[in-house]
Design a protein around this ligand. Structure first.
Ligand SMILES: [Zn+2]
Length: 60
């Protein structure tokens, strides 16, 4: 399964990249059972998705 960084949305290889593992509550039922979702985010600074400058398009 390919994991994506939760900040920059780039693919992450946990074997070669340093990442923080995060757990988020997906949902909880009336009995108190909690379902968790696991996520990763790069330890090193990465640019949040959607905040980079748009790529300039040039006529060919
Ligand atoms: Zn990242």
């Amino acid at each position: 399964m390919i994991q994506l960084c939760e900040r920059c949305f780039a693919p992450v290889d946990p074997a070669t990249e340093r990442v923080y593992r995060l757990s988020h509550i997906d949902h909880a039922d009336a009995a108190g059972e909690v379902r968790w979702r696991e996520a990763v985010v790069h330890v090193a600074a990465c640019v949040p998705a959607g905040t980079g400058a748009p790529v300039e398009r040039r006529a060919a």
